[in-house]
Ligand binder design. Structure first.
Ligand code: C2O
Ligand code: CU
Ligand code: CU
Length: 499
């Protein structure tokens, strides 16, 4: 099927009544896959990022995207620990924008708080020293009320911090290190990245897609040699949670999370990654047959308690067949093939295995009975009358300038995130990474990928998660749900760090 036929079919699908049956509107032949793209690698010293619309190749066709420097994903910025980043943002979009360096501890002027957003034609100069551990971070828009739309349309990329500490481990690098931004988008047969939050359903659950995108390419495929790879994986979706696994049953060897390496590698069958979370995993293809196809997929899962939010069950579906009737996008927890990896006929070269242990993950200070505590309760409900959902933290919605919490600098505190709703909420804290201490209710434990430094932690319905925080920079920072629709609907607050 050539490109034109594909578009023709897709367009025809859009007007056929059977599309609304929700089950079999998509063309029935095997999914056509498109070659994975690798983002450009740039240095963060003297970098200019220009936000502008551009036509980019999404695989099946070109789409109108919003970009930084004309590409999706945005360039991968590599910086060393201790280095000072100097990055200029130029806004050539028709609306305000601002960029946030997710996971990095930076001064408030560099944090991309929405009150700092710049209008069309304006420029913003960022300067910040890299204090974070080496690891996989990212950057994305943080514009009041339109973070979801701007991110969905294509803005955002990796920021990878390196230093000499990781070198002795001999982890796969160069072509054997692949950063992957996993997202879901709603093509609905129309091959556009049009983003429209029409239905209350989208405003409740977030904008769930029907098609897997990897590095901006729909239904992507990549050739790998018979070697060991390091995959740096980011869930860059607006609302989709991925439960990652490999189709051939091989383990994902988990080595890192939001804030760099864990203390030891762990073999995992599945890894649940919420929006904004990252993991570094090793996958060894050296024992695989040339020609073998391995699928990185998101496995089906149930969201506890997610029943009847909209007067209908939200149970899992299967692939595109899991499409919700008349709602667009597949239900949360639907299985989804993400990225196909095709093993090439190359010499067997696994390279050195990872060491049994990495270094100790820094704590956030000693926690005792006297450690100050705060609780943040995340609630979602339908507002009577308007029929619109509302998402709150401690009963409040975000106001740009209101200071909700005052937090002393350089002091350890325990923050408890309580999910008092029937929806998942990935909770994200700016200004510095935290350690997860405990989870009670729901999954009832700290997951292996949560044992390093974290900046985003998933709370499922009914869960309470305790984390230890400690901040160094003074100023106004954000705490919010990283379901981007929830965030844009003001499930966010300001905290002020003071000395
Ligand atoms: Cu990744 Cu406040 O965001
Ligand atoms: Cu952030
Ligand atoms: Cu949320």
């Amino acid at each position: 099927m050539d490109r034109r036929t594909f578009i023709g079919l897709a367009a025809a699908g859009a007007v056929l009544p059977r599309r609304l049956s929700g089950l079999d509107w998509w063309p029935r032949q095997e999914t056509r896959r498109h070659t994975l793209r690798h983002p450009a690698i740039v240095s963060g010293e003297g970098l200019t990022l220009t936000a502008r619309p551009a036509l980019v190749d999404a695989g099946p066709d070109l789409v109108d995207a919003w970009t930084l420097n004309g590409a999706v994903p945005s360039p991968t910025i590599r910086l060393r620990r201790g280095q000072t980043a100097r990055i200029d943002l130029v806004n050539e979009l028709p609306e305000h924008t601002i960029l946030h360096w997710h996971g990095l501890a930076v001064p408030q002027e560099a944090d991309g708080h929405p009150r700092l957003a710049i209008g069309p034609g304006q420029r913003y100069a960022y300067e910040f020293r890299i204090l974070n551990r080496p690891g996989t971070y990212w950057y994305h828009p943080h514009t009041h009320g339109v973070t979801a739309a701007q991110t969905y349309k294509g803005m955002g990329g990796f920021l990878i911090v390196e230093d000499d500490d990781e070198e002795p481990y001999g982890l796969p690098s160069g072509e054997y290190e692949i950063p992957l931004i996993l997202q879901d988008k709603r093509l609905g047969g129309s091959l556009s990245l049009a983003y429209g939050l029409g239905m209350p359903h989208d405003r409740m659950h977030g904008y769930l897609g029907d098609t897997a995108f990897t590095n901006g390419v729909a239904d992507a495929t990549v050739d790998v040699s018979r070697s060991r790879y390091r995959l740096r994986i980011l869930n860059g979706s607006n609302a989709r949670i991925f439960d990652l696994g490999l189709s051939n049953g091989d383990p994902l060897v988990l080595i890192g999370g939001d804030g760099g390496l864990l203390e030891a590698p762990v073999r995992m069958e599945r890894i649940m990654l919420a929006p904004a979370e990252r993991v570094d995993v090793l996958v060894d293809f050296s024992g695989r047959r040339p020609g073998e196809r391995v699928m990185l997929r998101s496995l089906a899962f149930d969201v506890p308690g997610m029943m009847g939010m909209m007067g209908m069950p939200m149970g899992r579906g299967r692939g595109r067949g899991g499409m919700m009737m008349g709602m667009g996008g597949s239900a949360q927890g639907t299985a989804m093939d993400l990225l196909e990896l095709i093993v090439q006929d190359s010499p067997k070269e696994p390279g050195p295995p990872p060491p049994a242990r990495f270094s100790t993950v820094p704590g956030r200070g000693r926690v005792t009975g006297a450690t100050p505590r705060r609780t943040f309760t995340f609630s979602s409900s339908m507002t009577m009358g308007s029929g619109q959902p509302s998402h709150t933290i401690n009963g409040k919605t975000f106001e740009l300038e209101r200071v909700d919490e005052r937090v002393p600098a350089r002091q350890t505190e325990v923050w408890t995130f309580v999910n008092d709703s029937e929806l998942p909420h990935p909770v994200h804290v700016h200004a510095g990474q935290f350690r997860v201490l405990a989870r009670t209710g729901g999954r009832n434990r700290v997951m292996p990928w949560e044992t390093g430094l974290k900046d985003t932690v998933l709370t499922m319905p009914g869960e309470r998660v305790d984390v230890a925080v400690r901040f160094v920079h003074e100023g106004l920072f954000l705490l919010h749900c990283h379901n981007l629709e929830h965030e844009d609907m003001n499930m966010m607050l300001n905290f002020e760090v003071y000395t």
